[in-house]
Each structure stands twice: as structure tokens, then as C-alpha cells.
Design a protein around this ligand. Structure first.
Ligand SMILES: Cc1cc2nc3c(=O)[nH]c(=O)nc-3n(C[C@H](O)[C@H](O)[C@H](O)COP(=O)(O)OP(=O)(O)OC[C@H]3O[C@@H](n4cnc5c(N)ncnc54)[C@H](O)[C@@H]3O)c2cc1C
Ligand SMILES: *[C@@H]1O[C@H](CO)[C@@H](O)[C@H](O)[C@H]1NC(C)=O
Ligand SMILES: *[C@@H]1O[C@H](CO)[C@@H](O)[C@H](O)[C@H]1NC(C)=O
Ligand SMILES: *[C@@H]1O[C@H](CO)[C@@H](O)[C@H](O)[C@H]1NC(C)=O
Length: 595
């Protein structure tokens, strides 16, 4: 056999073994029953997990409704590096905020573009797979605010329950676990990953496990992938239990209203393939539509701020602050050229070698998320071992070429790189935001998108924290390890802010107000709190106050958004509420006293 033959045989094998094709598929249901014990609305990070756990009890029946389609419809759902290519596709809700007054000045109409997954798996199919839990201070604060049962000690077992840690050095850590559904892997496949950590140490920080005892410091990336495939909640929690007869999954089914009679949730109205349907819930309705859609569905059902609902002609069932307390993290891509070609480039991605590597072994650049390093910092504290971080660095190993941010054309032309450049971006994320916004209905039509106003940077403290973050970045980019690869601050010298002195506080403030955009972690719009807490929508059991048999479980229940990326925390919330609903403790063996 000559080399050509070998080559073609390899390609043929690669095609037939194509990794995503080997994934478990999931049976969706065409013909539905008239009633189920539980109806779950939304099959995202939370809903897929809850459906999987509740249906472990063979004597209960469960219906999972998802507005989007099946996850087998697009191979890119499962290939880590293709994550950003999904944006603005058919499976994206494509939300925009209202024009922002204090931020997004470099964006078209001052609007922030919010991609959200509309597919079986929800945003767990859209995210960039960073596995982050937040820290003990986040959850201890929830508990202090009256959320009994949600302290760090209480919730850690639920992170452990879902985890399948595949990184060898972390398998035996008491902060990690193996054998769960959600895989956690190491994805640092480019040599630049080592430079990130080296520079971090030169800056004076320790290398830590950011999901372990101390969050602050530098770490290699932990990502939710398994054998080079995205570990989405739908593939892992639903695909692997495919065929369970007491669980029905209905896609392209958009819930429009919860039927409430005498303050009891009775069932769900939804539209499937253009047809109006109604199905009854014998026990409970669980709303898991995410931070935008859960408050929308509650308000459409008469649960929300009284005056707002009345102004739209919606009958009020219960007056609650639904849609308030919207919190989100911002990101700023601090971009630099480099002289050493050690990151990810289009050319390397498109090489035949790289393609075969992925198809055959699930390795190579397609298996990478692009994010290869992480730093958490407390910019106001001196003792980095005992503090709650306010700034996060995420290291993106490619040069910024695509306009993912709704940038105005002239801003994009100057700020983004031409295709073929080599560089990387430090994604500076504001992880302790003080600005608070809201979600409201535009009308009583369920197909009208809600009004999203995060009010970014309206609290001065957020701007100050960002400037401290940029000072840290200046320090980082000046370390010997960074200088050695040719990194520098020049790429951030941008004409639209040069009426201020470059690198002055006023200059960085201008940059932040122009270019900071969502890092996709909105939370808090159906806030959890004590039953007598006037700002809360759900109690610590996630039951909607004043309505029986109705819960909300997803990112919207966070009283305060956690310090970091939100996917794993939402899965933890789903694991915990599943135990509450089932009335059992499945994590006794995972409780640890010494954490
Ligand atoms: C681009 C992007 C990158 C991200 N990167 C990361 C990351 O690297 N790491 C990380 O930890 N987090 C990341 N996140 C955030 C994380 O993915 C989300 O916080 C998390 O997925 C939210 O889960 P959820 O269950 O609250 O909502 P979702 O996962 O969004 O699920 C909501 C589901 O409900 C469905 N739905 C909504 N309304 C209805 C209705 N009326 N009827 C029927 N179905 C409905 C939706 O279609 C969707 O499937 C990212 C998010 C995005 C968008
Ligand atoms: C949008 O941003 C510009 C600054 O570029 C600002 O002058 C303007 O007031 C903003 N528009 C709105 C609607 O807030
Ligand atoms: C649907 O109804 C049939 C017929 O009554 C029943 O056998 C089946 O268990 C039901 N399935 C679910 C998931 O409720
Ligand atoms: C970065 O690299 C690109 C492509 O090589 C080049 O056009 C650009 O001028 C460089 N920018 C800076 C600030 O060095």
C-alpha cells in the first residue's frame, strides 16, 4: 500500500467513526399522554438534569418540554471548538438587551447580544465548557441571606454527585469525584497554556485548583468534555438513559402559560408544531426556562409585579418581584499580538492532520475549547488565600477575528485582528457585579421577546473594579514569560478613547464602557429567599411563593450570581432540587466534614 491509499483508508474510517455520530441519541416523543406526574419546562442545563433524576423513580411519570429541537440536528453542537459557530443559528434565541446608557458604547445601538441555546440541552450546548463552581463565600452568603440548606458544605455534595473528573491529578482530591454524568477534562492542548501559568507565577500567584480549597490564583482549564466531545446535559443526563419508559421528551414545544386554579398549578399550555396543546401535571410543574424565559413564563401566567401585569391586561395570581434582581458578568477581550506561533490559528485548525486526529481519536484542536487558563483575583485584598475574587481572567488562545459582540463596524475594524494573525486575548471578567437590572414583558404575547435591561456599569464600583482588573492585566502582560512571546499592550490602544491619555484610569474607563459585553451568565430573576423575604420569588425549596405545586429551578433562582461561570452551579441546583422533590437524600456518602 502506498501512502495515498493509507491516507484514503484513514479518511474513510474517520468518516464512519465520526465521533459525534457515535454518541447516544435520545428518543423524543411524538404522541403525548394527557397528564403526567411532573411537567418540566425547558431542557437546558437544569431541566435535562431534573428530568433524568425524577424519572429514576420508575413509578412516576415525567414530561420534559423543550422549545428547541433535538441535539442530533447539528454536529457542531458536540465539537468543542465549534461552540462559537453556533451563535445566531436556528438553535439560538438571539436576544438583545435594550440600549445601555453606561456601557456598550462600541456596540450597534448600544445593545448587548445575548446568545442562548434553544435546543435539547439549552445553553449547556452553547457554552464554552469551562467548569467552574464559584467559591464557599458565594454559597455561605446565600445561606446567610436566608436560603437554608444552601451553604457551601450543604451544596458541595451535589457538585460531586454529577461530576466525573477525568483529570488524573484531581481524581483523588476531596473536592472532586468520579463516576457522575458530567465529565471534566483537561483541554490545554497548545503550548501557550504553559506560558499563561508561568506568567501567572511570575506575577506572584500560586497555581491552584480553582474548584478546590482556594479559588484565588492561576489554574489550568477544567472543561466539561468527554473524549473530545462536549459534555452537555442532554447528551450526558438524557442520552445515557435513552428509552426510559416513564419519561417523555417533547421538542419544538413552547410553553405559553401555566394553568393556575385556586392558587394551584394544574398544567401547562404549549404550542407544538403550530398546534395549541394542554397537558395536566398531577403533582408539580417545574419551570427551567433559564434567566430570561422563566420570569417571562411566570409573568405570562399571572405571577409577577402587580402593576406591570395589570398594565398588560394579565390577571394577577400573585404579586411577586419576578424579573427583578437581574445580575450578569461582563467580559472585556484584552487582546494582544504575539510573535511565537504557539496558540490556535485557523490554519492549524483547518489542516488535514488536525481533522483526522479529531475524527479518529477525539484529540487535537477541535477537542479544545480555546480557553486554556484561568485566574481569579481579589483586587482589593492582600491575603489572596482568604477572599472572594472580584476579577477573573480567562485565557483565549486565539487572535480575536470574529465580531461576536455586536460591535459597530468602525470599532470592529480597529479592534479585531485580520484573519491569519497570531495572538491571544485575556478575557477579563467582572465576577462580583454590583449593577442590577430587570426583565419585563413587552406584551402578553408569549412570542414577543421580553425587555432585557441589565443596566451594566450603572454602579460606579463596577467601573472601579474593572480598572483594577486592567491594572492587573498590564502587570501580567509585562512579565518575562509574556515578553518572551512578544505580548504587549499596543493592541488595546484604540482611537475612540485616545482623547484620554493611553493607560490612564479615564482611558481604561472609556475602553470598558465601549467594549465590555456579557460573558453570558445572567442570573437572579426568580430570586430564592426566606418565605418572608419581600425580594424573593421562590423559597429555599424553590417553590413559588403563594402558588402550590410550582417550582422554578435554573440560573434565575440565584440570590446573587456566583463568582465564575454558571453552568456547573445550575446543574448543582438541579441535582439538589431533584432530591427535594423526590424527598430523599442521595448524597449522604458525598458529604465531607473537612471542607
Ligand atoms: C455563549 C455562552 C457561553 C457560556 N460559557 C460558559 C462556560 O464556559 N462555562 C459555564 O459554566 N457557563 C457558561 N455559560 C453559561 C451557562 O451555559 C448558563 O448559565 C446555563 O446553561 C444556564 O442554564 P439554565 O438551565 O438556567 O438555562 P438554559 O440552559 O438556557 O436552558 C433553558 C432551556 O429552556 C428552553 N425554554 C425556554 N423557554 C421555554 C418555553 N417557554 N417552553 C419550552 N422551553 C423553553 C430553552 O430553549 C432552553 O433549552 C455560557 C453561556 C452562553 C450562552
Ligand atoms: C450610546 O452610546 C453613546 C456613546 O457612544 C452615548 O452618547 C449615547 O447616549 C448612548 N445611547 C443611549 C440610547 O444610551
Ligand atoms: C402514557 O399512557 C400510557 C397509557 O395509559 C401508559 O401506559 C404510559 O405509562 C404513560 N406514559 C407516561 C410516560 O406517562
Ligand atoms: C498585529 O498583527 C497584525 C497582523 O500581523 C498587524 O496587521 C497589526 O498591525 C499588529 N498590531 C499590533 C498592535 O502590533
Amino acid at each position: 500500500m502506498n501512502w495515498n491509499t493509507v491516507f484514503f483508508v484513514l479518511i474513510a474510517v474517520a468518516y464512519y467513526m465520526s465521533l459525534p455520530k457515535l454518541m447516544p441519541s435520545v428518543v423524543t416523543t411524538g404522541k403525548l399522554n394527557d397528564s403526567y406526574d411532573y411537567i418540566i419546562v425547558g431542557a437546558g442545563s437544569a431541566g435535562s438534569v431534573i428530568a433524568s433524576r425524577l424519572s429514576e423513580d420508575a413509578d412516576v411519570s415525567v414530561l420534559l418540554l423543550e422549545a428547541g429541537g433535538d441535539y442530533t440536528e447539528n454536529e457542531n453542537f458536540h465539537i468543542p471548538l465549534m461552540a462559537l459557530r453556533l451563535q445566531k443559528s436556528e438553535s439560538d434565541w438571539i436576544y438583545y438587551t435594550v440600549p445601555q446608557k453606561e456601557s456598550h458604547w462600541g456596540m450597534v445601538d448600544n445593545k448587548s447580544y445575548w446568545p442562548r441555546g434553544k435546543v435539547l440541552g439549552g445553553s449547556s450546548i452553547y457554552n464554552t465548557m469551562q467548569y467552574t463552581r464559584g467559591n464557599r463565600y458565594d454559597y455561605d452568603e446565600w445561606a446567610e441571606l436566608g436560603c437554608e440548606g444552601w451553604s457551601y458544605k450543604d451544596i458541595l455534595p451535589y457538585f460531586l454527585k454529577s461530576e466525573d473528573m477525568l483529570i488524573e491529578s484531581l481524581k483523588s482530591s476531596k473536592y472532586h469525584n468520579t463516576g457522575g454524568y458530567l465529565a471534566v477534562s483537561s483541554v490545554g492542548v497548545t503550548p501557550i497554556a504553559d506560558v499563561y501559568l508561568q506568567a501567572g507565577m511570575e506575577m506572584g500567584y500560586d497555581i491552584v485548583d480553582y474548584n478546590g480549597e482556594i479559588q484565588t490564583g492561576w489554574s489550568p482549564m477544567q472543561a466539561t468534555t468527554r473524549n473530545g466531545i462536549r459534555s452537555s446535559t442532554s447528551v450526558e443526563f438524557l442520552g445515557r438513559i435513552n428509552g426510559r419508559s416513564n419519561l417523555h421528551i417533547s421538542v419544538r414545544s413552547m410553553a405559553t402559560k401555566i394553568n393556575i386554579e385556586n392558587k394551584i398549578a394544574k398544567g401547562v399550555y404549549f404550542i407544538k408544531d403550530g398546534r395549541k396543546m394542554y397537558i395536566e401535571a398531577r403533582k408539580e410543574v417545574i419551570v427551567s426556562g433559564g434567566t430570561i424565559n422563566s420570569p417571562q413564563l411566570l409573568m405570562l401566567s399571572g405571577i409577577g409585579p402587580k402593576e406591570h401585569l395589570e398594565s398588560l391586561g394579565i390577571d394577577v395570581e400573585v404579586d411577586l418581584p419576578v424579573g427583578d434582581n437581574l445580575q450578569d458578568h461582563l467580559l472585556l477581550f484584552s487582546s494582544t499580538n504575539i510573535t511565537e506561533d504557539i496558540g490556535i490559528t485557523e490554519e492549524k485548525v483547518n489542516s488535514v492532520q488536525n481533522k483526522i486526529k479529531y475524527q479518529l481519536f477525539g484529540t487535537g484542536l477541535y477537542a479544545a475549547t480555546g480557553l486554556d487558563g484561568n485566574g481569579f483575583f481579589c483586587t482589593l485584598e492582600t491575603d489572596q488565600k482568604k477572599c472572594a475574587p472580584d476579577i477573573q481572567f480567562l485565557m483565549l488562545s486565539l487572535s480575536l477575528e470574529h465580531n461576536m459582540l455586536n460591535l459597530k463596524e468602525d470599532v470592529a475594524n480597529e479592534y479585531l485582528n485580520r484573519p491569519g494573525s497570531i495572538g491571544f486575548a485575556t478575557v477579563i471578567s467582572l465576577v462580583d457585579p454590583k449593577s442590577v437590572g430587570s426583565i419585563r414583558l413587552k406584551s402578553s404575547d408569549p412570542f414577543d421577546y421580553p425587555i432585557i435591561d441589565p443596566k451594566y456599569l450603572t454602579d460606579r464600583r463596577d467601573v472601579d473594579a474593572y480598572i483594577r482588573g486592567l491594572r492587573l492585566w498590564e502587570k501580567y502582560i509585562s512579565t518575562p514569560a509574556m515578553r518572551a512571546i512578544g505580548a504587549n499592550v499596543k493592541k488595546m490602544k484604540l482611537s475612540f478613547c485616545l482623547h484620554h491619555e493611553f493607560q490612564s484610569d479615564a482611558y481604561w474607563e472609556c475602553i470598558v464602557r465601549h467594549l465590555a459585553a456579557t460573558v453570558y451568565h445572567p442570573a437572579g430573576t426568580c430570586k430564592m429567599g426566606r418565605s418572608d423575604d419581600k425580594t424573593a420569588v421562590v423559597d429555599p425549596q424553590l417553590r413559588v411563593k403563594g402558588i402550590k405545586n410550582l417550582r422554578v429551578a435554573d440560573a434565575s433562582i440565584m440570590p446573587n450570581v456566583i463568582t465564575g461561570n454558571t453552568n456547573a452551579p445550575v446543574i448543582m441546583i438541579a441535582e439538589k432540587v431533584s432530591d427535594m422533590i423526590r424527598g430523599r437524600d442521595t448524597v449522604q456518602h458525598l458529604r465531607r466534614d473537612d471542607v
